[in-house]
Design a protein around this ligand. Structure first.
Ligand SMILES: [Cu+2]
Length: 263
């Protein structure tokens, strides 16, 4: 009983690379906005089916500079921390051009987020690294927000979200895609029950999400910066290895700040 309680409070999942807003375990994080604090509980959900704990993105103020510089059309890699993958569930990677008010889905990871393939009831993640192909026509912006969201397959009905401030190198323009799906986030959103092995649970909500169009201002001047193509991508090699993980191996935040281990 005690162990169950501990795992529910401390052992969830979070994006780690590139650094989401205020993640104390994040890799190469930018400067935090004045008056804000680093977050040691980044892995916690932002809400449950009953209650909203934190706003979308967890934090609404962006970092002083972007955590990553991505180019339209390229494939980017993101990495996660955490040791409670709740048997998978539905994940999405999305992008916002209005500081988190509207999110368009870039890629869905339905059914088996953190596993990649069918899994039994387990908290031990098998996949902590994801590649996302950015559309060629993804609009450019110096202030885009990349989001990861997740609804867990087993355990408390929770909704997870981390946001990364990113610079997207691209042209001015618009793009149409699915709107982000938000469930299990307070009593006014739809409730997805525990999957109990039925990984099609709620799948229609994700598939039938309406299309939205988002617009970015472009940043032609930023192409000059690409003369230095390293920058925010250079930490790729530090992302946790994917593949089978021992159940006792939860050492996923070794490059983070010194302090308590809260994955
Ligand atoms: Cu959890």
């Amino acid at each position: 009983m005690f162990l169950l309680l501990v795992s529910q409070v401390f052992a969830h999942m979070a994006l780690k690379v590139p650094c989401p807003r205020y993640n104390a375990n994040g890799v190469k994080c930018p400067q935090i906005p004045d008056g804000e604090s680093w977050d040691w509980t980044q892995v916690a959900p932002i809400g449950s089916a009953d209650e909203v704990f934190q706003p979308l993105c967890k934090y609404t103020k962006p970092f002083k500079t972007p955590s990553a510089r991505w180019k339209a059309g390229e494939t980017v890699t993101v990495g996660f921390q955490g040791a409670a993958a709740h048997s998978g569930g539905h994940g999405e990677f999305s992008i916002s051009y209005d500081n988190g008010k509207t999110f368009m889905v870039l890629q869905q990871e339905l059914r088996y987020m953190f596993f990649g393939t069918p899994t039994k009831l387990t908290n031990t993640p098998r996949k902590l690294k994801y590649s996302i192909k950015l559309p060629e026509n993804l609009p450019g912006s110096d202030n885009a927000v990349f989001a990861w969201t997740w609804v867990n397959a087993s355990g408390n009905r929770e909704f997870y979200m981390n946001c990364v401030d990113v610079q997207i190198i691209g042209k001015a323009g618009k793009i149409t895609g699915k709107e982000i799906t938000v469930v299990n986030y307070g009593p006014y959103t739809q409730m997805l029950p525990e999957f109990y092995g039925d990984y099609d649970t709620g799948i229609d909500i994700y598939s039938n999400a309406r299309n939205i169009t988002v617009t970015g201002p472009g940043n032609e001047s930023a192409f000059v910066i690409m003369l230095n193509p390293d920058g925010a991508q250079s930490e790729d090699g530090k992302i946790d290895e994917q593949g089978n993980r021992d159940s006792d191996n939860d050492d996923t935040d070794d490059e983070g700040r010194d302090g308590e281990d809260n994955n």
